[in-house]
Design a protein. Structure first.
Length: 201
């Protein structure tokens, strides 16, 4: 974002609010000015302004990343901007390093992952120590151990980043509440599963 070169150190909040007003038309935007204020206060108290580039990029890039999910959902069902602002609150944005494990056997929390960029791998390791890949997920694909996830059980699988990735993750409890509040998302996931099953045949 080259526009960040014009930031005013004396009044950084005003600059970010101006950016907020500029990106407010993005359908994926759900960050409020209050959130930006809190982020900037934390930055000013805990970091020097010389590192502001990374933090502001993360703040301002998040709605653009969420736009991918908005567009993907609308391929399978129809939601408007207001609905998506509420739906987006159930997801958390996370960056994943190459070879970073998101889940390994024995962990309690198994989430559902949507890949914004990069690639994730789901695999098992047999008793001989041999790795067997069960799934890959590239951009705009979902991945988890579905049997374990939907039954709220622990999995015997590993999930890791094949390369540096940006993902959205959805917890089991959040998905259950999401489907209760937004029946359209149940349609979305049903069509996703049907597509995935057809591709596996």
């Amino acid at each position: 974002m080259t526009y960040l070169s014009t930031i005013n150190d004396d009044n950084p909040l005003l600059y970010v609010v101006n950016w907020y007003l500029w990106v407010v038309n993005y359908p994926g935007l759900y960050i409020q000015i209050l959130d930006l204020t809190k982020s900037l206060k934390k930055l000013k108290n805990g970091m020097v302004w010389g590192n502001r580039w990374i933090v502001l990029n993360l703040i301002l890039d998040e709605p653009i990343k969420m736009q991918k999910l908005f567009e993907h959902i609308n391929k399978y069902t129809s939601i408007d901007n207001n609905e998506f602002q509420e739906i987006a609150k159930y997801f958390d944005l996370k960056t994943v390093k190459k070879k970073e494990l998101l889940y390994e056997p024995g962990n309690k929390s198994l989430d559902h992952y949507f890949v914004l960029s990069g690639c994730l791998q789901l695999y098992i390791i047999d008793e001989k120590g041999t790795e067997h890949t069960l799934q890959f997920a590239i951009e705009n694909w979902w991945i988890t151990d579905y049997l374990a996830y939907h039954n709220n059980m622990r999995s015997e699988c590993y999930i890791q980043g094949v390369k540096a990735s940006a993902i959205l993750h959805l917890t089991h409890n959040n998905e259950r509440e999401l489907l209760r509040r937004f029946p359209k998302m149940e349609t979305y996931f049903r069509k996703i599963y049907q597509t995935a099953y057809g591709a596996s045949l």
